[in-house]
Design a protein around this ligand. Structure first.
Ligand code: B12
Ligand code: SF4
Length: 503
């Protein structure tokens, strides 16, 4: 059977979509013919995500000409793709911010569209809304490896798909809602990505000022924690009683897979996409360190929680024969806000200690922070600025809180009247605030986001100038321009700031 995947990516930067890449391998094993319509390398209003980060001196600037982003009418390109491939089934994969864009593309197909099945994080956490859209015929809840096989086997034979676990299906004007099935209890049998389905440019990702051949990999699925701004607490609820939520690939399976990508695709950098990489036991760590050193030895980056950065783990990890970066979520610098609003019950000292342990071991660090949380005040944003300064992270990634559907804090925003219930999607996923709060306005949050790195990277004596630069007057813009040039110069020219991976 012919199957087309739609990847409605709003960013114009490379990164293989793991969900599609795995499901394509699963479906090819079943004998299906797969094509992909991918919006990544078309120009879009949403622009480049990391260009914003470079603009704010969070990342080093990289030349992106190799992406060769095309100007074209994406809707008519999509229509042409579907008309020429004539798929029996159209599979859409999307996260929350991509849903509106996916619908816009589906709309362009008009009445003669193929049967459309949607999956991914958005339809999993918001199935009612996804199914209420007239362009969607069925949706898959949760992980798709097993369910998509059951679905396509029935679909190909013309049998009814309306009683299959994990699927919601439209039938005779109603939506048949089947329950979610058990989670896979292991990750070793997940097939490797079908990298050939994607444009070669997806292997290039900007890192430290250059495009590097990069592979994103899952070592684990799920997360043991439940932060209120994240999708994981709702995913945990959905999968309650359906098996272990937090699962890990065995070291052998992981290393075999990485070795395959490394050799076949000439990879330079590994990005571990785990939610909490260091949530691993001693035995796993020691095998990972020895096998990764012996067979992969490429620079890698991974994210973790402050509580998991312990001396014993870092001492074990640093024996690895490759440079690596550990990204740690600070999110807010205010302990009370973290505890009461974000459901992150960790002390200030624990965060500082996590960075201290990493720094003492000469490990490159990245700090994730956010601003614009419900109830947050300007003073609390400055607590975040002060904490970020004090941990002296090599890289800082600052974002504005975005109330994605399904995350617990979205309900808080709606309850408090900060957000209208029916708002879906995002126009700019990195820097724009969409909630209206009395104590800290949208404009103030966006201004703090714009100047955040200036506050972090300049001596406090300069802060009154930065305060002026937050405004939108001609003088403010001029001061912002000068301060920003200064910060940009320091960050982009000073190698000393970052233990280097490649040069
Ligand atoms: C890697 C990653 C990225 C990469 C890009 C990944 C990519 N190319 O798709 C980068 C760094 C660019 C990124 C950016 C962003 N990300 Co991100 N990212 C992730 C991360 C860590 C891993 C994604 C992944 O590879 N998962 C593994 C695959 C196998 O899982 P999957 O995609 O869910 O697919 C499975 C099922 O969903 C299902 N499925 C998927 N599609 C389909 C389709 C069909 C037809 C079927 C049947 C089934 C099916 O089957 C798959 C296999 O089981 C996740 C967290 C996580 N652990 O998932 C966050 C996550 C997806 N990101 C998130 C967010 C918010 C963002 C940003 C908006 C952040 C920001 N503020 O800028 C941007 C938006 C990017 C964009 N392109 O528009 C949220 C999404 C929340 C939501 N409500 O949708 C997540 C869940 C993080 C979180 N914990 O909240 N991200
Ligand atoms: S630790 Fe990270 S992935 Fe886990 S729930 Fe919190 S924000 Fe989400």
């Amino acid at each position: 059977m012919k199957i087309t995947f739609l990847y409605p990516n709003l960013s114009s930067e490379g990164c293989i979509n793991a969900g599609i890449a795995i499901l394509s391998s699963v479906l090819k094993r079943e004998g299906h013919e797969i094509s992909l319509f991918d919006t990544t390398f078309f120009e879009k209003k949403s622009g480049y995500m990391n260009l914003d980060r470079e603009k704010f001196s969070e990342f080093k600037r990289a030349d992106r000409s190799a992406f060769n982003v095309q100007q074209a009418d994406i809707r008519s390109e999509f229509k042409k793709h579907v008309q020429s491939n004539k798929p029996d089934l159209l599979c859409v994969s999307c996260i929350s911010g991509q849903f509106n864009f996916a619908v816009e593309l589906l709309e362009s197909l008009g009445e003669h569209r193929p049967y459309t099945l949607i999956g991914g994080k958005y339809p999993t956490v918001c199935p009612e809304k996804a199914m209420s859209n007239s362009y969607i015929d069925a949706l898959c809840l949760g992980e798709g490896e097993g369910p998509i096989v059951n679905f396509t086997r029935c679909f190909e034979k013309g049998e009814s798909v309306s009683s299959l676990e994990n699927f919601w299906v439209k039938e005779n004007g109603t939506v048949v809602k089947n329950p979610i099935g058990m989670l896979k209890d292991e990750m070793d049998s997940i097939p490797y990505y079908d990298i050939g389905l994607f444009d070669e440019r997806h292997l290039l990702q900007p890192f430290d000022g250059k495009l590097r051949r990069t592979i994103d990999i899952e070592v684990s699925r799920g997360c043991p924690y439940g932060c209120a701004y994240c999708i994981n607490p709702v995913m945990k609820k959905i999968f309650k009683g359906k098996g272990k939520f937090y699962r890990k690939k065995g070291v052998d399976a992981l290393i075999n897979e990485l070795e395959y990508y490394k050799n076949k695709f000439n990879i330079e950098l590994v990005k571990i996409n785990d939610d909490c990489f260091l949530a691993m036991d001693e035995e796993y760590m020691s095998r990972f360190v020895s096998e990764y050193s012996a067979r992969i030895a490429l620079p890698f980056i991974a994210c973790t929680r402050p509580e998991t950065v312990r001396n014993d783990r870092i001492n074990a990890l640093k024996k690895i024969k490759a440079p690596f970066q550990i990204s740690v979520g600070i999110e807010s610098g205010d302990e009370d806000l973290r505890k009461k609003v974000l459901n992150r019950k960790m002390s200030q000292e624990r965060i500082v200690e996590a960075f201290r342990i990493l720094k003492n071991n000469n490990i490159r660090t990245c700090a994730f922070v956010m601003m614009g949380f419900p109830y947050e005040t300007r003073g609390q944003v400055f607590e975040t600025i002060r904490l970020t300064r004090s941990v002296n992270s090599d890289i800082v990634v600052a974002s504005v809180f975005y109330p994605f559907e399904g995350v617990p804090l979205r309900d808080t925003c709606v309850k408090e009247g900060y957000l209208e219930e029916n708002i879906v999607g995002a126009s700019n996923l990195v820097k724009e605030c969409i909630i209206n709060m009395p104590q800290l306005t949208k404009i103030e949050i966006d201004s703090l986001r714009k100047t955040f790195m200036l506050y972090v990277r300049t001596p406090e004596i300069i802060w009154p100038l930065i305060h002026i630069a937050e405004k939108e007057t001609t003088l403010s813009r001029f001061i912002y321009f000068l301060l920003h040039k200064y910060c940009d110069f320091i960050f982009n020219r000073t190698k000393r700031l970052i233990p280097l991976f490649f040069d």
